[in-house]
Design a protein around this ligand. Structure first.
Ligand code: SF4
Length: 365
């Protein structure tokens, strides 16, 4: 639907230039709480799949879920705080939270942009309608082969077909002026040995009405090949790009193969984190804990507070943030996913120069 805009967007780190007002806000006022631009929410840790690569196997066990009361209060707070974008994703499978559809409707009616990452197994009619109001939905389809899907997720061919049908239901309901982008995740090996599969995957998802493919590395990552293999690799990338362009399906093969893919950088001891100090992002987990970023949660870091105990907006009172940020800052952050955004903020602060951002999803930092 938005092929050119999706395929020719600027790098994700450039999205910060759409929020320079917010970056400057911390300089102009030291008392007003600064609320996140983007919040990722894990509404439940319960999952209906058993993907062998899942990051959340341990947390899935506790079957935590935001209670109806806490979930609804959180939605009210997000609207009052004028958060610009919310994504519902992991922990478990977000579609298993009974209030997800209602939450999406309330947020989008209030002007908050919403994205959802789902395995697509359980899309009720109510959720299918709510997804139409989202900015993007990403289905973890992983493959177009039912046998491989079974190996990756433990689910049989019937479930695979159901996911494909659900993707098609969502794309078919779209009106001609819809802003919804429908994406799918595809697992590939980064040496592109499975190149041929990608072509049939592109054909498959094109038929389902999908706009965008996100390639993700299979577990057996072996890195970019060297020597004579490089030539075959470069040719493969070019061929995949051309094939996807002809099908008008956006694909992140460039990002997947570029040096920017080495994005998980380190924050050293006592190094300032611009993301955390001015609360650009947040993660709310199924246990109700609020973290400055996904990485703090996954690394067992320190939470900023608990929405079961205090309202979300109060967690952002300056005293609390300064206390927690000082502790987090003393440590090392291994594999910060926002390191490139932080670099852009530092560059902007040093030079005052802004860059042009061309990105349909620029509110999702
Ligand atoms: S992981 Fe990155 S964004 Fe998160 S607190 Fe550390 S440096 Fe900041």
């Amino acid at each position: 639907m938005h092929y050119e805009e999706l395929q020719n967007r600027t790098s994700k780190r450039i999205r910060i230039y759409k929020h320079i007002d917010r970056v400057n806000q911390c300089v102009s006022s030291s008392e007003t709480p600064l609320y996140p631009i983007t919040i990722d929410i894990y509404p439940t840790n319960i999952c209906n799949s058993k993907c062998n690569f899942c990051l959340f196997h341990n947390t899935n066990m506790d079957r935590a879920m935001l209670s109806r009361e806490v979930f609804n209060k959180m939605i009210d707070s997000i609207i009052d705080m004028k958060v610009r974008a919310v994504s519902f994703a992991g922990g478990g499978e977000p579609s298993l939270h009974p209030d997800l559809a209602d939450g999406i409707i309330r947020l989008t009616n209030a002007g908050v942009k919403v994205g959802v990452i789902t395995n697509g197994i359980c899309i009720s009619d109510q959720l299918c309608d709510a997804l139409q109001k989202c900015t993007w939905v990403r289905f973890s389809l992983l493959t177009n082969c039912a046998e491989e899907y079974n190996l990756l997720t433990g689910n049989d061919a019937k479930i695979f077909q159901r996911v494909a049908n659900n993707i098609e239901r969502v794309t078919k309901y779209r009106s001609s002026d819809s802003d919804l982008t429908v994406g799918v995740t595809k697992l590939i090996s980064s040496d592109l040995q499975d190149e041929v599969e990608i072509y049939s995957f592109i054909d498959f998802v094109k038929e389902l009405g999908v706009d965008q493919i996100f390639l993700s590395e299979k577990k057996q990552f072996v890195g970019v090949p060297s020597g004579f293999e490089k030539k075959r690799y470069k040719n493969a990338v070019k061929k995949i790009q051309t094939y996807a362009r002809n099908a008008e399906v956006a694909i992140n093969i460039n990002k997947f193969t570029s040096s920017e893919n080495n994005k998980y950088l380190f924050k050293n001891v006592n190094e300032k984190c611009e993301i955390m100090n001015i609360n650009l992002t947040a993660l709310i987990t199924a246990e109700g804990k609020v973290y400055p970023c996904t990485n703090q949660y996954l690394a067992g870091g320190i939470s900023l507070g608990d929405i079961n105990k205090i309202p979300l907006e109060r967690i952002y009172l300056r005293d609390n943030i300064e206390e927690k940020a000082a502790i987090i800052q003393q440590g090392i952050c291994k594999g910060c996913k926002s390191a490139n955004t932080v670099k852009e903020i530092v560059l902007y602060r040093n030079t005052g120069v802004t860059k042009k951002c061309k990105d349909l999803h620029d509110d999702f930092l």
